[in-house]
Write a protein that binds this ligand. Structure first.
Ligand code: MG
Length: 236
C-alpha cells in the first residue's frame, strides 16, 4: 500500500503534524554553537549566557548579536565547515520517510538561519516545511532578516522565528500538534503542543514550566512512540 491510497492516520481523532527544531534536534550538536566556537570572537559566550541562562536578552536580539560577530566574507568558509562537520541526529532520515508514508507533515522551525540549514537539509527539502531566519551578507557583518517574526505573539514576542505562529497554521481542533526540540526557542511550542518530545535543556525549561514531555535521544525513539498512538495501523 502506498501513501497515496492510505487513509490519514489519526491521534486522538486529529491528524498529526510535526514541528521540529533544527539546532541540537535534527542535528546532533547545536550548529549555531559550532559556528560560534569556530568563527566568532570570545564575546559570543556572554551573549549565549544572557539568552539561555540569565534570560535577560531576547532570542531575537541575541541571535542578531551573535551573527553580527561573524564577517560576511566568512560565508563560504562557514558553509564549507558546516557541510564537513554537522551530523544529523540518528534516525532523522528514516523518520522523514515514516512521516511521508503516513501523510504526517514535517515542519522544520528554527531560530537559526538559512545559510547553515539549507546545505544540511538539501536532500530532504521536498519532504519538509522550512521556517527559519534569513541571513544577509551585504554588510561587513552578517545580518539576519526575520520573515517569521511575530511582534504580537502573546506568550513572548521575543523569538526571531515565531514557532507558535507556524503551529497556528495547523488549527488545534483539526491537528494533533507534535513538538520536537532541545532548548529555549522550543519552550513556546512546548506550551501549545499536544505532545512534546524534549532533550537536553528543554527538559529543564519544561520541568520548570510544569509541561509534561517525552524525553528522546534519537528520531527512532520518536517514531516508535508515535507508532503506538497512531489510530490506524499500517502494514509494512
Ligand atoms: Mg535547538
Amino acid at each position: 500500500m502506498t501513501s497515496a491510497n492510505m487513509a490519514p492516520l489519526l491521534i486522538d481523532g486529529r491528524r498529526p503534524v510535526v514541528f521540529s527544531d533544527y539546532d541540537g534536534t535534527i542535528t546532533e550538536r547545536d550548529v549555531i554553537m559550532m559556528i560560534m566556537e569556530a568563527f566568532a570572537p570570545p564575546e559570543w559566550k556572554t551573549i549565549v549566557h544572557d539568552i539561555l541562562d540569565a534570560r535577560t536578552l531576547s532570542i531575537k536580539d541575541g541571535v542578531s548579536q551573535l551573527f553580527a560577530l561573524l564577517k560576511s566574507e566568512q560565508r563560504e568558509e562557514i558553509t564549507a565547515y558546516v557541510k564537513a562537520n554537522v551530523q544529523l541526529r540518528k534516525g532523522f532520515e528514516n523518520f522523514l520517510a515514516f512521516c511521508a508514508d503516513r501523510q504526517i507533515p514535517f515542519n522544520l522551525v528554527s531560530g537559526g538561519a538559512d545559510f547553515f540549514i539549507d546545505p544540511i537539509v538539501e536532500p530532504f527539502k521536498t519532504q519538509i516545511g522550512l521556517y527559519y531566519n534569513v541571513a544577509r551578507f551585504d554588510a561587513p557583518e552578517v545580518r539576519l532578516d526575520f520573515p517569521h517574526y511575530q511582534a504580537d505573539c502573546a506568550p513572548c514576542n521575543q523569538c526571531a522565528c515565531c514557532k507558535i505562529g507556524v503551529m497556528d497554521q495547523y488549527p488545534a481542533d483539526e491537528y494533533f500538534r507534535i513538538a520536537i526540540g532541545d532548548s529555549l526557542t522550543d519552550l513556546g511550542m512546548a506550551r501549545k503542543a499536544d505532545w512534546v518530545f524534549a532533550r537536553a535543556r528543554l527538559l529543564d525549561y519544561t520541568r520548570e514550566a510544569g509541561i509534561a514531555v517525552t524525553p528522546f535521544e534519537s528520531f527512532d525513539d520518536i517514531a516508535s512512540a508515535l507508532s503506538k498512538r497512531l489510530e490506524v495501523s499500517v502494514p509494512c
